[in-house]
Write a protein that binds this ligand. Structure first.
Ligand SMILES: O=C(O)C(=O)C[C@H](CCCc1ccccc1)C(=O)O
Ligand SMILES: [Zn+2]
Length: 333
């Protein structure tokens, strides 16, 4: 155990960014404050729970190699450390026929877990990095199914019910090479993010930081992803980035981070921290009763619907800006 202020990791294993971050609260799972924060759509790390006890430190890369099953799994390859997600269905969409060229930053392939682990063991700097991202399904081996069944579904389901979330949609199994980064993005689902092996640094920003994180247009394959390169922010193009209000935590095996719907999050596997294993629990949001004042994430949802409608009706995305400018300048500004 490498110790740094009684933590099992060192600060120089974290990548350096130009921003200062607050700390996400880390609370014992019996603390009633957890439900207060979830109700307020605010992040919290749930400690000491047995939510994923059956998998904590058990789902090691070696155990997964033995028990994940022999069907191929989805693996992304990247030239660098960033694995920026893109929606394949938006690459060739009509709105992109206006000559917006898109080069996918990662390659998606299918690999057997054994080949994936072998590649990880033999990896050399300069080679493509690897990131296995596979929804857990009935193709996994029986021992993994047993572990999955033994998650503390009672605790999770009680939270889902209490906070009126919609149904569980998927559990994504994430096996990351050390040092990999999933750049800043938001999802439209509630998320219990469970860390099983190794350490991941998670930086979160509230939905109200929309103006600081500059998401790609909704029709773009990188919809929901920030346009800002955290490693080299372009303050000319993205001046508000310097005032983003991030908060962070490093999740350890057994920690469960609640990533509220529409909250931005950047996730990195610690450098020189070894292969990491996580599993997330994505839930559809519940039925939104529009109370006033509107929540910050509801405003984001409204702007997204407006944007989609305008792109749909104007066809050419280049007309959206001028139309909105003419509509609000001098009238609403
Ligand atoms: O659990 C989450 O929401 C995360 O972002 C975790 C993240 C990988 C997610 C990959 C991804 C991003 C966007 C759409 C579909 C898949 C990580 O842990 O590296
Ligand atoms: Zn995400």
């Amino acid at each position: 155990m490498k110790m740094g202020e009684n933590k099992p990791w060192y600060n120089d294993q974290l990548r350096h960014y130009d921003l200062e971050f607050g700390q996400i609260p880390r609370l014992h799972y019996t603390d009633p404050k957890i439900d207060e924060l979830i109700q307020q759509n605010k992040p919290v790390v749930i400690l000491g729970s047995d939510i994923v006890k059956s998998a904590k430190n058990r789902w090691t890369p070696e155990y997964l190699e033995e028990n994940l099953g022999n069907s191929g799994h989805t693996v992304f390859l990247s030239k660098g450390h960033k694995f920026k997600y893109y929606d394949e269905s938006k690459i060739l969409s009509r709105t992109n026929s206006h000559g917006v060229e898109f080069t996918p930053p990662t390659k998606k392939i299918r690999m057997k877990i054994g080949d994936f682990m072998k590649k990880l063991r033999e990896w050399k700097p300069g080679q493509d990095r690897l990131y296995l991202q596979q929804p857990l399904n009935n193709t996994v081996g029986p021992s993994l199914v047993q572990d999955f069944v033994n998650f503390n579904w009672d605790y999770i389901t009680k939270k889902q019910t209490k906070h009126q979330w919609g149904p569980l949609t998927s559990n994504l199994l994430l096996i990351s090479q050390e040092g990999n980064v999933t750049p800043c993005h938001f999802d439209e689902q509630q998320n219990f993010f469970a860390q099983l092996h190794g350490f991941k640094r998670c930086i979160l920003f509230p939905p109200s930081d929309f103006e600081c994180l500059y998401p790609h247009p909704v029709y773009h394959p990188h919809d929901r992803q920030s346009m800002v390169d955290f490693d080299k922010p372009d303050y000319e193009k993205f001046p508000n980035f310097k005032r983003a209000n991030g908060c962070e935590t490093v999740v350890e095996p057994g920690d469960v981070l609640y990533i509220p719907i529409y909250w931005w999050h950047h996730v990195e596997s610690l450098m020189e921290g070894g292969t990491t294993v996580s599993v997330n629990f994505w839930y559809k949001s519940g039925t939104t009763n529009l109370g006033y004042p509107l929540r910050d994430y509801q405003k984001v949802s409204i702007t997204r619907n407006l944007e989609k409608m305008l792109v749909e009706v104007l066809q050419d995305p280049k007309e959206v800006g001028p139309l909105l400018r003419s509509m609000i300048l001098g009238r609403y500004t």
